[in-house]
Design a protein around this ligand. Sequence first.
Ligand code: ATP
Length: 234
Amino acid sequence: MLSVEGLSVAYGGLAALREVTLRVGQGEFIAVVGPNGAGKTTLFKAISGTVPARAGRVEFEGQDLLGLPAARRAHLGIAHVPEGRRVFASLTVLENLEMGAWPEAGRRVLAQSLERIYALFPILAERRGQHAGTLSGGQQQMLAIGRALASRPRLLMLDEPSMGLSPVMADAIFDAVRELHRTDGMTILLVEQRVAEALDACDRGYVLETGRIVLDGPVSELSAERLRQAYLGM
Ligand code: ATP
């Protein structure tokens, strides 16, 4: 479904991604883990179209993405839940979800999407009339995921959804993401610093370090020892 081939991105003279190659198949749940500054957010931005690539290819369902503006990529079904959530604080929960439904596929089936989002996150149904800025961090993360779901994505990209959340709230978010994968068959690309939880939930993982993929494979092959070695750069 998604194929990233030899992708390089730089900020000015600083290389943030170096020849990254990664694949996501239809219905797969893939995690990208790695330390601070490894380039995880940059990878997502290059896929969704908010930073330009210096070299390489990104194809989504056979279509070359790199020539397309971010809005066009969203219409193709790529939803990016950014780090730090960025919900519209002064809009209500419902208005945020309605905003998420702007791509063509989302607009047609908003009522159905809302039903699914509220089933996944009942607190959003309870608070639908409340301003998003009054929600807790965990609830705002739920809303950010809900807003992405309202676009009826074919690929859901989640950038560190557990960041800044209590362990209990982070677990609730991981449970919901797992359910989306298992029950809805959603194709998910997750970036996380909580390595154990991310690898526990996904099918396959990639370890990114200083802009390069240093390890990848099915979760069963990403043993603690190999991860430690990758993290230590051995
Ligand atoms: P974190 O978990 O801290 O968000 P990350 O793995 O997502 O880290 P990126 O945010 O992609 O990493 O950053 C990769 C590298 O690119 C880092 O060295 C970072 O300092 C640099 N970088 C990121 N954004 C910019 C920018 N807008 N301008 C210049 N350098 C940047």
